[in-house]
Ligand binder design. Structure first.
Ligand SMILES: [Zn+2]
Length: 278
């Protein structure tokens, strides 16, 4: 599933292609994905200049000069392919659900075999009042929105486990199952520990390691697991650097002695070293 680093990778790839340009056409090859496509999508957006391409949590946001924002979620298996129309490199697939053609001859294809992704449209000014944007916590990588002290304040009244707390999008936005496990291992903190037992210094270490794992993954182009591809068609490669995620029974590389354990917390897999993480 595309997590924050994958969406950021797509965002960084789309930004130079789209900003200042517009869509000539938007072709929908079916009527819905997770939700029905907005009616009149092409009529509302085509030929209107694109002001900015940005990310909030795991949502891509494309702002248009006519005060509309396209909200784009990549679901479980969404892949964005950017090609020059004069140099197409990927064969079309039955899973190509949306095709955007830009004013400067780029073809942007949204391919999503499992169809959990979606496109929605909102007036830009009303976005912050819409669910889930009105409940999202701060961006973990935006130092103007979060620091050790404010992060500690957000978690210190929570009696839920650290792992569940990190997955709560109202506490901090965009952290999914993979990077929660990785960050907790890097911070030597147990995923089982109640969040309200962390002292300020530990919260600061955890925030720093969240930022480290996310930044490493973004630098590596986002991880892929099974389904995700980078927008240029390559596979990302951060999965080779996972220290605990999907590493059950391999030796923990903190202690080089105990195996990584797997447990199920709230229906999600958690990977950790019972010896190193306290
Ligand atoms: Zn260990």
């Amino acid at each position: 599933m595309p997590e924050l680093p994958e969406v950021e990778t797509v965002c960084q790839a789309l930004r130079p292609v789209l900003e200042g340009q517009s869509f000539l056409s938007i072709q929908l090859n079916r009527s819905n994905l997770r939700y029905p496509f907005p009616s009149n999508l092409e009529k509302e957006l085509a030929s209107h200049p694109i002001i900015s391409v940005r990310r909030r949590a795991k949502y891509l946001l494309i702002d248009f000069k006519n005060n509309l924002t396209l909200i784009w979620h990549l679901g479980m298996s969404g892949r964005v392919i950017i090609e020059n129309v004069n140099a197409l490199f990927l064969k079309p697939s039955p899973h190509d659900h949306v095709v955007f053609i830009t004013s400067h001859h780029y073809k942007i294809t949204y391919r999503d075999p499992r169809r959990f992704g979606f496109l929605l449209l909102s007036p830009t000014q009303e976005l912050e009042d819409l669910r889930p944007f009105n409940t999202l916590g701060p961006e973990p990588l935006d130092n103007s929105k979060i620091n050790a002290s404010s992060f500690h304040n957000r978690i210190k009244s929570r009696s839920t486990s650290l792992k569940s707390t990190l997955l709560d999008q109202a506490v901090i936005a965009g952290i999914g199952n993979i990077y929660a496990s990785e960050a907790l291992w890097q911070a030597w903190l147990s995923p089982l520990r109640p969040a309200n037992t962390l002292i300020l210094n530990e919260a600061g270490i955890l925030l720093r390691e969240i930022q480290n794992v996310l930044n490493c993954a973004i630098a590596a182009g986002g991880s892929t697991l099974r389904d995700h591809f980078r927008p240029n068609g390559d596979r990302g490669y951060f999965q080779h650097q996972f220290k605990v995620y999907n590493q059950e029974n391999k030796l923990c590389s903190h202690c080089n002695f105990f195996p990584i354990l797997k447990l199920i917390q709230n229906g999600r897999s958690t990977y950790y070293c019972n010896h190193c993480q306290k």
